[in-house]
Design a binder for this molecule. Structure first.
Ligand SMILES: *[C@@H]1O[C@H](CO)[C@@H](O)[C@H](O)[C@H]1NC(C)=O
Ligand SMILES: *[C@@H]1O[C@H](CO)[C@@H](O)[C@H](O)[C@H]1NC(C)=O
Ligand SMILES: *[C@@H]1O[C@H](CO)[C@@H](O)[C@H](O)[C@H]1NC(C)=O
Ligand SMILES: *[C@@H]1O[C@H](CO)[C@@H](O)[C@H](O)[C@H]1NC(C)=O
Length: 386
């Protein structure tokens, strides 16, 4: 009897203990899962020589006027451009920085089918990539989440695009996430974090399609703080250990004031789109001006060694410049797609970004490459920039 009781008590204690241990293990696992977001995929790594090259395709605008000859021809042209640029640039990673599809021309039953065309060259050349989404990717017959699911379905090996946890990013902005880049396959912690933010925009889906907010949702600010704290706890302080680079389709609102301060020598590149309502975040409804501040402040407060923030959206701009309120470098992409508004003299191309070292504070080089191979707007991004 005594022994039985003793045994039972011991078992209960063991059960309680093991429940506590299990809970701790589960907490540990979910923490390590969230810090290891691609358990089934190869790591994104620097090259053995310590460099890492990103090529950004922006505003591809596939799927315009499927019923006219010129719409599909534009897409053929954009695919030709990708197939010309990718083998000659040979990037380690590709970013599709929003407005992949001109959603307003899509049909409910097949609006995301253009994703298949867009990712085909990346699948073929086996290049790792991920996407942000733009205002044209949210329309009556299409949404960011539908494009993300399609991309994950048709590029299961090479797409690193993820969705934000439930409740983060707002209902029309699910595409907020980060991708770790490691020095090599043995490194215990990443040396670079690529951040991707969903600036929403466009319209909600049928039947009652309504304008959506065109800024990164305020919930993302808390998520940035939480993610960076978790990284610091597990991987050591970011300032010494990790660099960062951020991508968001619509430029942050603060970029609007930067245009007036451009210096053509230090901030080279096309400057043909005057920024105003609709060209930066939170400008559709004047009452929302400044609404992106929570995101912008959180990004620049909590993300250390943030080398630059890269946006598309305004097809006639290619410049980089320093945003003085947060002291961070901002760069426009290069309009890549034959779809979307354009001007005969702008041309089409990509922005290349090269990390010259795995040192998280080392400078980056970036430039515009046009379809035929000519380059312009080359700048070195470091603390001395402008
Ligand atoms: C496709 O590209 C060719 C060659 O650059 C150009 O002449 C033509 O206008 C383009 N077509 C469309 C529909 O964009
Ligand atoms: C959406 O898709 C439906 C079904 O294909 C089509 O009838 C409609 O014209 C499309 N466009 C919009 C804006 O609803
Ligand atoms: C998408 O659906 C529309 C309407 O049903 C059709 O006309 C069009 O050819 C389809 N497009 C593609 C790329 O399959
Ligand atoms: C710099 O000058 C060139 C040539 O005049 C012009 O095309 C470009 O838009 C200018 N860029 C800026 C940033 O002012």
């Amino acid at each position: 009897m005594f022994w039985t009781m003793h045994l039972t008590a011991g078992l209960v204690t063991a059960a309680v203990l093991s429940a506590t241990v299990n809970a701790a293990i589960i907490r540990q696992e979910s923490l390590s899962n969230s810090l290891n977001p691609y358990p089934g995929k190869p790591r994104v790594t620097f090259r053995p020589d310590g460099t890492f090259k990103i090529t950004v395709f922006s505003d591809l605008h596939y799927g315009e006027n499927a019923w006219d000859a010129w719409g599909p021809q534009q897409d053929v042209n954009s695919t030709i451009l990708m197939n010309k640029v990718l083998p000659s640039e040979n990037p380690d990673y590709v970013v599709l920085n929003g407005d992949l599809i001109t959603g307003e021309n899509g049909f409910k039953e097949n609006a995301t089918v253009y994703i298949d065309e867009i990712v085909a060259p990346l699948n073929h050349l086996q290049i790792k990539f991920s996407s942000t989404h733009g205002n044209h990717d949210n329309e009556a017959n299409i949404s960011h989440i539908e494009e993300i699911r399609r991309e994950q379905l048709v590029a299961p090996l090479y797409s690193y695009t993820r969705t934000a946890p439930p409740g983060i990013g707002g209902p029309s902005g699910p595409g907020t996430y980060w991708v770790p880049v490691y020095t090599d396959n043995k490194a215990s912690t990443p040396s670079l974090i690529l951040w991707f933010f969903d600036s929403q925009g466009g319209f909600s889906e049928n039947p009652d399609s309504q304008p959506l907010p065109d800024w990164v949702d305020d919930t993302v600010a808390g998520w940035i703080e939480e993610q960076t704290a978790m990284m610091d706890a597990a991987w050591g302080p970011a300032a010494q250990h990790r660099g960062s680079l951020a991508f968001v389709h619509i430029p942050p609102h603060a970029i609007q004031n930067v245009q007036a301060t451009l210096d053509n020598t230090t901030d080279p590149g096309l400057n043909d789109d005057l920024l105003g309502e609709g060209s930066t975040q939170a400008t559709t409804d004047p009452a929302n001006n400044g609404k992106d501040d929570a995101f912008w402040v959180a990004l620049n407060t909590h993300v250390k060694n943030l080398h630059a923030v890269i946006s598309g959206h305004d097809h006639g701009n290619e410049w980089c410049a320093r945003e003085p309120t947060q002291n961070v470098i901002f760069c426009f992409d290069k309009h890549s797609g034959y779809g979307g508004y354009s001007s005969a003299t702008w041309g089409h191309g990509v922005r290349n970004i090269v990390f010259t070292s795995t040192n998280p504070q080392a400078s980056l080089e970036t430039w515009i490459r046009l379809e035929a191979g000519d380059t312009r707007g080359r700048v070195v991004l470091d603390k001395n920039y402008h």
